[in-house]
Ligand binder design. Sequence first.
Ligand SMILES: C[S@@+](CC[C@H](N)C(=O)[O-])C[C@H]1O[C@@H](n2cnc3c(N)ncnc32)[C@H](O)[C@@H]1O
Length: 267
Amino acid sequence: MPDHQDPKQIQVQWDAAQYLRFGGERLRPALDLMVHLPAQTPARILDLGCGAGNLTALLQQRWPEADVLGVDGSEDMLAKARANLPRGRFIAADLNRWTPEHKLDLIYTNATLQWLPDHEQLFPRLLSFLNPGGCLAVQMPIMHDAPLRLAQVELARSPAYAGVLGEVSERRNVLDMGAYYDLLRPRVTALDIWQTTYLHILKGADPVLEWASGSSLRPYLEKMEGEQLRNFRADYARRMQLAYPPRTDGSTLLPFQRMFILARLAE
Ligand SMILES: C[S@@+](CC[C@H](N)C(=O)[O-])C[C@H]1O[C@@H](n2cnc3c(N)ncnc32)[C@H](O)[C@@H]1O
């Protein structure tokens, strides 16, 4: 498999500007994962699903001597990444198929693996990319049972939208913590798994709609246009107002659960 794929065949559509509207809130778990990385000095680092490259830049800053590579399937995200880190190395590829040219010492992957299926196969595959002593560091949202995600699935199945959204995957890709333990424990020497619920305090009108429009709602929105799109956004916004009603100061509280995994191979 070549290191670089034709971007037209990758087709990961992502709106970097919409995603980065909540950049502060989205940065915090990424940093929480970063502070738990092992103390070793990795020579080769992969930022898998690097998005706009802001975390790739932090990894490079922390280990200036390391060879840091960012891989993502969205040209919009990669354009931002190349602007963020002009001397960085970025590759456009479908993460379901891409394999690195060289073995790695650290795979850092923030808010990305929840988009990829078959974690029972995916995680061992990622471990196989590592050198002895190498580390896989993962952060993934676990929101599939939260109103934010349930409303997307329910609306997509409703008569008004099923015709156009019926095929969109529910993407319940993330397993429970015990399943990752069983999967990874026999393969690694050190394993740390934990979950955190962040309480995001959002401002403005319909902030949950705006939040989701930059991530989980995107596969639905991109299938519609015109009046149907406007109606869907309004229906989703109404459900979000009920599920996450504004507080007396006008803020909206969005509890957001995330899973962290650090898995290190034996030397
Ligand atoms: C939520 S963003 C996270 C970006 C970055 N890691 C961050 O935390 O800011 C998820 C990223 O995964 C990428 N992505 C999702 N599925 C992909 C796939 N199959 N192949 C390549 N990239 C993919 C998207 O393009 C997007 O940039």
